[in-house]
Design a protein around this ligand. Structure first.
Ligand code: 13P
Ligand code: SF4
Length: 377
């Protein structure tokens, strides 16, 4: 199988705020022709049934995989919904089409289930840029801070956290902690951390990681595109740089952006997140137009072109092989899994109390009242 090399920002723990270049790789799955795709899809349907399995997919994976997950009673969701769905579903096998941290989270929440992935080498630049030993040293250096980590991290990093959050609940959880008077140590995404800091006013010390897809969106080019499409609404994932988020009509998790596309009366949207999401948006709202936000400056080339190289490792063939041969089964060291489970469950409990969307206001007194029924970590 073909490999491609991937460069990403690698924070230097000992030089706060600085990044070097990390080298990683991603596998490129072979292209299937139409007949092969049809045959593989039919085989997966049968295997899901035979193996008591369910497909749990992220919005960034191949559109056919998303369709298959939906049509076979599985789920397509953001990382919070994937975790919730996998933990609640009665199937004995979960096939997680996403990146490795999503498979690990599923296994941590359901140790009794078999968790398979189409390719368990599918990583994430945030996870790669936050090694557990360096992160642990960072926590040791700031014992007075509550440790909040983004879900896009290894199980070992989560095991060191007080809270795990995803982009859909991160702001509300930090607002709650801020209202409780806690100071935050945040990792790994610096843009999401800074966005939450601006929204909540919390005291946050940030790890310096970034997502190689979202870090590439360009503010000047986005502003130029907005002039070209003055009627368009701008939807931005909060892993994007501040100058990009500042132009957004809505900043939110993948699910929140999809919901906004349905809710807003606008016909045209400029979307600053991985292009995989456009499949879902176009399917749900066929009368609307969705345009990818620009990722490269004039004359420059883009690194990811808004397509996560690791999400692209998820293929129909990979799902078939995982189910057929039990390949890419996720295992997490039991002691690490036990420690990581606590902060993930804390997030799920918090999110369950917020089924009706509640937005933190950034006003300390109001937020304290809003979150009074949740205790500190
Ligand atoms: P969501 O939780 O919004 O799906 O984000 C996950 C992710 O990896 C975004 O790049
Ligand atoms: Fe990680 Fe970015 Fe890929 Fe999401 S899009 S999995 S944050 S590298």
């Amino acid at each position: 199988m073909q490999l491609k090399s991937v460069q990403y920002d690698k924070p230097h723990f000992s030089h706060a705020g600085q990044c070097g270049i990390g080298e990683a790789w991603a596998r490129i799955p072979p292209e299937l022709d139409r007949a092969q795709r049809l045959r593989t899809t039919e085989r997966i349907r049968a295997l899901l049934h035979e193996r008591d399995a369910v497909l749990v997919a992220h919005y960034y994976v191949d559109g056919e995989l998303q369709d298959l997950a939906r049509e076979t009673g599985g789920c397509v969701g953001d990382s919070l919904e994937m975790a919730r769905f996998g933990a609640q579903h009665q199937a004995s096998t979960l096939v997680v089409a996403g990146v490795r941290f999503m498979g690990e989270t599923a296994k941590i929440l359901s140790p009794e289930k078999r968790v398979l992935m189409p390719d368990d080498d599918a990583s994430c630049s945030l996870d790669l840029g936050c090694p557990a030993d360096e992160f642990s040293a960072f926590c040791d250096a700031h014992p007075d801070r509550t440790v909040v980590v983004y879900a896009n991290t290894s199980a070992a990093v989560k095991a060191r956290a007080d809270w795990v959050v995803t982009s859909s609940v991160g702001q509300d959880i930090v607002a709650h902690l801020h209202a409780c008077g806690e100071k935050i140590l945040w990792a790994p995404d610096r843009h999401l951390g800074a966005h939450i800091q601006r929204q909540t006013g919390a005291d946050m010390l940030l790890w310096h990681g970034s997502c190689l897809v979202h870090d590439e969106f360009k503010a000047d080019e986005l502003a130029a595109m907005a002039l070209e499409y003055p009627q368009a609404a701008i939807l931005v994932h909060p892993e994007s740089p501040a100058a990009v988020a500042a132009q957004a009509d809505v900043v939110g998790s993948t699910t929140q952006l999809i919901n906004a596309a349905g809710r807003l009366p606008t016909d045209t949207f400029i979307v600053a997140t991985d292009q995989g999401i456009l499949h879902d948006m176009r399917m749900r709202y066929p009368g609307k137009t969705f345009l990818p936000a620009p990722t490269a400056g004039q004359g420059a080339t883009c690194k990811s072109c808004a397509m996560c190289p690791w999400m692209a490792m998820n293929s129909l063939q990979g799902v078939e092989l995982a189910l057929e041969q039990g390949l890419c089964a996720i295992e997490v060291d039991p002691a690490i899994a036990q420690a990581a489970r606590r902060p993930i469950e804390r997030m799920l409990a918090f999110a369950a109390g917020h089924r009706q969307p509640v937005r933190a206001s950034g006003d300390l007194a109001r937020d304290a009242a809003l979150f009074q029924h949740f205790g500190p970590a």
